[in-house]
Write a protein that binds this ligand. Sequence first.
Ligand code: A3P
Length: 319
Amino acid sequence: STAPAAAPVRDYDELISSLPVKQTFIPIRKYLEFWFPEGHLPGIMAIRQHFRPRPDDLFLMSFPKSGTTWLKALAFATMTRAHYPWDRHPLHSLNPHDVVPFMDDLFAAGQASKLEALPSPRVLATHMPYSLLPDSITSSGCRIIYICRDPKDAIVSLWHFAEKASAEKGREGFPFDRFFEMACEGKFPYSPIWDHSLEYWKESLRRPEKVLFLKYEEMLEEPAANVKRLAEFLGCPFSEDEEKGGVVEEIITLCSFEKLKSMEANKKGSQEAAVYKVSNASFFRKGGTGDWRNYGSPEMAQKLDEIVLEKLEGSGLTI
Ligand code: A3P
């Protein structure tokens, strides 16, 4: 990278060390109503204190492992569809996380100035819950897209991700049952999961023109309808000519799991600025729904389902 090396943010060390701590596959700490990866807390605190959005910023939000990478690719490809030929699109040579920066990492690494250099409209991502976003984001009229996934699949996905990261560092892994249990207790990175989704859901009902709530499973089932929703929300709906010309399908194909996984840029390299450094390839594991059945027992699933059902009761949200 040509960017100057920046020191990790240290300003919040004292506050962070005073917060309740718990060891999962990484240490997490409770800040306000959520648990966060310790390494991301300086970033999250710096975002809350220093981030200045532009009115035309687009934010992509998610609980980890809910389809963030896919959403980044889809939003970017949709917004820039007039700028590049499909066969020479930037997503052929860049990982989706390289085109849509993860703010929690950049702020933690003291590299927030990189965001200033981006041209408008910027597309930025964070795993922060809605209630912790700074007013500068929530009251500035910026558009927000949230992607939600069956928490059981997100947990399995995160477990694999964590196992891979541990293996790469030569560390011992974490038993799946214990991992799942922590998620059920809500003491888990960016958790409780149900509150994370519920907050964005409520805001999407309150301000549908500014907050779009998408579901990973629905996007897999009906990609075209969801890409069209996305484009309409972004204020750039597909014209009749575009639809006839197969532009929606081009976007879906370019951003499909198989296509992205097969690209050289996603087979090599890593997210260098990441607090928890991960290979680009680790963002493309299996895709699809229901993989939790291969790891958890029906009893474990039922337990989480019951918790989630109770927490979401009356909200109209099912996940
Ligand atoms: P699995 O581990 O279940 O395969 P995130 O992007 O939020 O980190 O989520 C990663 C999950 O999304 C992984 O799930 C990954 O395989 C899946 N994924 C990545 N790219 C995808 C795509 N283009 N379409 C569908 N799923 C995708």
